[in-house]
Ligand binder design. Sequence first.
Ligand code: ATP
Ligand code: MG
Length: 560
Amino acid sequence: MENTTSSLNFIEKIIEDDLANGRVPNNTIVTRFPPEPNGYLHIGHIKSICLNFGLAQKYGGRCHLRLDDTNPAKEDMEYIDSIKSDIRWLGFDWGKHEYYASDYYDQLYEIAVKLIKEGLAYVDSQTPEQVKENRGTLTEPGKNSPDRDRSIEENLRLFEEMRAGKHPEGKFLLRAKLDMASPNINMRDPALYRIKYADHPRTGKKWCIYPMYDFTHPISDAIEGITHSICTLEFEDHRPAYDWACSIDGIEHAPHQYEFARLNINYLVMSKRKLLQLVQMGIVSGWDDPRMPTVSGIRRRGYSPESMRDFVNRVGVAKVESVVDYSLMEFCVREDLNKRAKRVMAVLDPMRLVIDNYPEDQVEYFEMENNPEDPNAGTRKVPFSKELYIEREDFSIDPPKGYHRLYIGNEVRLKSAYYVTAVSYETDAEGNVSCIHCTYDPQSKGGETPDGRKVKGTSHWVSAKHAVKAEIRLYDKLFAAEDPGKATGNYLDDLNPESLVIREGMLEPGLENSKPGEYLQFIRSGYFTPDYDTTANHPVFNRTVTLKDSWAKQKAKMGI
Ligand code: ATP
Ligand code: MG
């Protein structure tokens, strides 16, 4: 990492300044990543993860994982497990610092009781509608609750009754006594506790009152000794409430909150509510459907953690919202996969090709490079025989001008093997080409001839008798519009009907043994990875991203 101030983002500048001026206890930066376990992590979260864990790494501090589990109705163990495995996959580790807001329920309760005793909190019996109505608006102050002056004794009794399960949901609310006329609505007697009858994934039935975010979050930060509490811009208006909670008498350590712009990407929806809806409506196969912008989805699709870290790094940390281009993300994926993906031959729309003059039972093995970008990647031997598959689009009965692939009378190179010339073709009952007949030049072995003649086209191929049949899932964007829902108000109207196209492909042998997590390039087609649905007799591959790089062109145009 460069060590010039100008290359620091605004949070790094704050941290370096705090460190330089002795404002950080023990000179140890402590950050946290605080997901609410009410869904799977998405690409937006990756930005927050890389920022929080990245800062801790850079400054030799630590980053806590804190599950913000204060809404038991929506939370689930499944989500907690997925969050943990997603963060690990991204390459970060919280060590022993795994915390839950629910770890602090006892402490939070005691603080609430203390606030009541000091006359700083009260039990409000207004209905939720009244609470809302009396909160006021951005331009009008709120109205004091008639319960604001309830006696301390009665507040204590009612709060205890709330806790004991004597009252239904919505009947009472514990609120801080701040200022109903504050210009900041979040400071108008914010709610501290509400009644909720729901089993909690960790505390079970112990509680039927749950602390609110604006109370829980700052106090959890304070308890854990967080030095820099970093969140997205929508929490800016909550900062006074954050600071108030950190100033409660008895709270020793006061962390600070800093806000940055959330990551938005065109063609994607990233709200957990919408993602849950896509899952529940069966529009996708689950949270880890390869079209989902979830961490588990992109991982299944074949994105690498390195590429995503690079992506959020390039996007940077800003204070102003913006929308990042989807193609920048794909560019980062290609950049990384280009370096690491093993090149293999796969025919996605197979057409039979017979070499009439090739010996019937002969099999030759051609040595192929696994990755021209990586000298250490080695080579492998690929079998070649009389009957092959090539891509349907690599042959034309009626070649357009400039077509350099196979047509009757034209000679092309079969990659790393021989030159072949098309001599005839067969058709099926519908008149579609079903087989191409060629002759080969035995002297062109390896792809060159003694006379040095040149051919313009090269086709990849798979030996028919060695081929591995596989299901190929060609994924594209889940939404066809840049801003899903912009035109009609319903993002579901912009679903891309072609976000998944399934093909039966023919692959070079060996690929039946590849496992999810392997990065492959199907030569000329794109980057692919084995899907979890793969079984011994039925390999399934997902297209991660096509080879074409539209971002590079765009970059050139924009002069970056
Ligand atoms: P969503 O709005 O998508 O449902 P959330 O903000 O409710 O997400 P949390 O689980 O509360 O999700 O978020 C955990 C952390 O991740 C928070 O600090 C939040 O600010 C951050 N985060 C969420 N979405 C983004 C995003 N798009 N870009 C950057 N950080 C994000
Ligand atoms: Mg949230």
